[in-house]
Design a protein around this ligand. Structure first.
Ligand code: COA
Length: 147
């Protein structure tokens, strides 16, 4: 895997990276991860959290995509005002299949599974599983075309 200037990948036990593929300028991969072959991760993406991120083969992630694999329990953190006394972290792995294209600026929520052969349009919010091949757009994403 070729890494361009300014990108950073933090290693965790059991992380897997491909021999082929690339990670562009300014992208940060801070969560545990398993990345398939021929994956292209464009500039200024941020993948963070304590859950694991799985990226399938031949998948492209466009610039500025954010994927988080955990979040604070917001009921405790905000409503219960537990900022200083500690709050639960909700973690869930994110699975992205083979031959998937994620459009620029998309945000993907913890625990989401995206099947093979999916296009997600630019600036979408994926907060539920995508189980069928097709094109999905919007916040939250909705299917506009099947293959
Ligand atoms: C999702 C996408 C592939 C759809 O392309 P398409 O199949 O040609 O679809 P169309 O342009 O005909 O759009 C179909 C409908 O979806 C809407 N739509 C398309 N992309 C959208 C998006 N990203 N968010 C919200 N709505 C979108 C269109 O406005 C149109 O709505 P309408 O029928 O009410 O007019 C394309 O719009 C897109 O977002 N590509 C990703 C580009 C990108 O991120 N490139 C990375 C550069 S490095």
């Amino acid at each position: 895997m070729k890494q361009y200037d300014g990108s950073k990948i933090i290693d965790h036990d059991g992380d897997k990276r491909p021999k082929s593929g690339d990670v562009y300028f300014g992208t940060f991969i801070g969560c545990p991860h398993e990345i398939g072959e021929r994956v292209h991760i464009s500039a200024n993406c941020s993948f963070v959290g304590v859950g694991k991120l799985y990226l399938g083969d031949d998948t492209t992630i466009s610039p500025g995509v954010i994927i988080y694999t955990s979040s604070p329990n917001l009921d405790e953190r905000v409503i219960g005002n537990k900022y200083t006394s500690g709050f639960e972290v909700v973690a869930a792995d994110v699975h992205i299949g083979n031959n998937v294209f994620i459009g620029a600026g998309t945000v993907i929520h913890q625990g989401v599974n995206i099947c093979d052969r999916v296009i997600v349009g630019a600036h979408s919010f994926v907060n539920r599983d995508i189980d069928e091949p097709g094109i999905y757009v919007g916040a939250p994403v909705k299917k506009i075309k099947g293959f």
